[in-house]
Design a protein around this ligand. Structure first.
Ligand code: ZN
Length: 123
């Protein structure tokens, strides 16, 4: 049986919660971690998604040698302003990264549009 335990540690506020989690197969612990400053209004499905997403990031995007985020270089922001469809329609923008730095910036309420910079991507 796969068991995902998420425990509110009681240190949050009415708006944000702090959680520890543990994922087990029966009695074997696969991983443990914590989710800090989770906005409670996003609901339990989002909280569970944070637990899952945290490990997708580690597996796919953390550099093995330096242990840093290969998507944003630890800035927490991913710039895709140059992205376009094959037909030339602009689709890019600034995005909060899926890594802990990006999620901390998102949780702190920063406005992502403040990070957008289209001037460098005009061609
Ligand atoms: Zn990142």
């Amino acid at each position: 049986m796969l068991i995902v335990l998420i425990h509110n540690d009681g240190t949050g506020t009415n708006e944000v919660g702090n959680y520890t989690y543990e994922v087990r197969v029966n009695h074997e612990v696969l991983t443990r971690g914590e989710i800090r400053n989770f906005c409670r209004s996003h609901g339990w499905r989002s909280l569970l998604g944070k637990v899952v997403g945290k490990h997708d990031w580690l597996k796919h995007y953390m550099t093995k040698k330096e242990g840093i985020c290969s998507l944003c270089g630890q800035s927490g922001i991913i710039h895709t302003e140059a992205a376009r469809t094959e037909a030339g329609t602009r689709t890019g923008r600034a995005n909060f990264c899926i890594c802990p730095n990006g999620q901390a910036k998102r949780a702190s309420g920063l406005d992502i549009s403040d990070y957008e910079n289209y001037e460098n991507y005009e061609n």
